[in-house]
Design a protein around this ligand. Sequence first.
Ligand code: ACO
Length: 401
Amino acid sequence: AIDIDKLRSATGAITIDPGYKNSGSCKSEITFLDGEEGILRYRGYAIEDLAEKANFLEVSYLLIFGELPTASQLEKFENDIRKYTLVNEEMKTILKGFPKTAHPMGVLSSLTSALTAFNPKSVNPHNEKEMYEAVCKTLGKFMVIATWTYRKRMGFPLNYYDNTKGFVDNFMNLMFKLPTEPYKVDPKVVAALDKLFILHADHEQNCSTSTVRIVGSSHAGLFASISAGVSALWGPLHGGANQAVLEMLEEIHNNGGDVAKFVLKAKDKDDPFRLMGFGHRVYKNFDPRATIIKKAADDVLNSLGVDDPLLDIAKQLEKVALEDEYFKSRNLYPNVDFYSGIIYRAMGIPVEMFTVLFAIGRLPGWIAQWKEMRVNKEPIGRPRQVYTGYTLRPFKEIKDR
Ligand code: ACO
């Protein structure tokens, strides 16, 4: 029989850290996060400053290339991204094959992976020039296919990128412009969306980013790695929480707005229900993104003249939970997803697209982390385990089982 203990000592000490709560998987220069103090910085710049003063493409450039762009670098970056916003017509055939009811995140993950087939050169960039091209291609094409997932669901014809408009304006156009009706994007919506994208742009080694890095560590290409990241983000414990929060708030509203009942349910260990949008693996005092988003929710709803009862329910829920011993003792606070859905809803974004918006925002972070991993020539990601199964068993013929 195999002596498991002997085997274990032969492989050296293996630390068990389920969920990697205390394990660092890499060294990174991209994002600094202090969960105790509620600090988030991209390349040394405070998230509060970036959300207030920069735009999404500037922040994308910062994350990916390490420095804030000059005006001419930013203009070139935007033009270069624009060049790649055309998506191969054959991709439409793939889109056509999905049922209308398919969740947009599943469609997005598949289409992102399919980009590999049509852009083989961008799969594994070998030098700086190819890397730059792959970055621009990914940023340009991903946003377009992300909006396709909605158009497909609605049965609307697909729109093309409008070269006379900015990146975030284009998102709204691609999503909502219909051939028969004039459509004008509200600049207030663009400004708010830009801010939300910035707040989501990177968050060090979270579940989807770690997925992107680990898939890329096998030298799988950029699109394949990002596609895996989209799948990881989809889950309700991660990016899918923004959809789950809104559905939860709607349920509370439809049940007469009794927030205390839902807080009680979340504390019940026999009930799998959790307060969606609450708690975070790293932030233990507050999530600085949630603070900015809560204020933005008030501002956006006021400026758009939207009166949403779900915002009041969210505020009540936050108040009741924050005063509750269960949530206090476990350091559970609203996270980035708690208020973002209310803003998306005020902008007219359908709930099943919320996580897609998160993915668009997170894309520069995924790209930056993938690039850093490849440039640093990191080894293949391959965690170990502690085996707890049988030792050697005699094989049983099928007739004897
Ligand atoms: N509602 C009720 N109880 C909760 C919640 C919640 N939202 N979150 C954590 N807890 C409880 C757990 O049951 C556990 O209790 P116990 O100590 O009695 O067993 C304790 O708090 C610690 O929770 P863990 O699950 O161990 O914490 P972990 O760091 O693994 O999980 C996570 C963090 C996944 C974010 C969790 O808080 C959660 O499920 N929140 C709801 C989903 C959500 O909002 N996700 C978005 C996160 S932000 C993002 O990814 C963009």
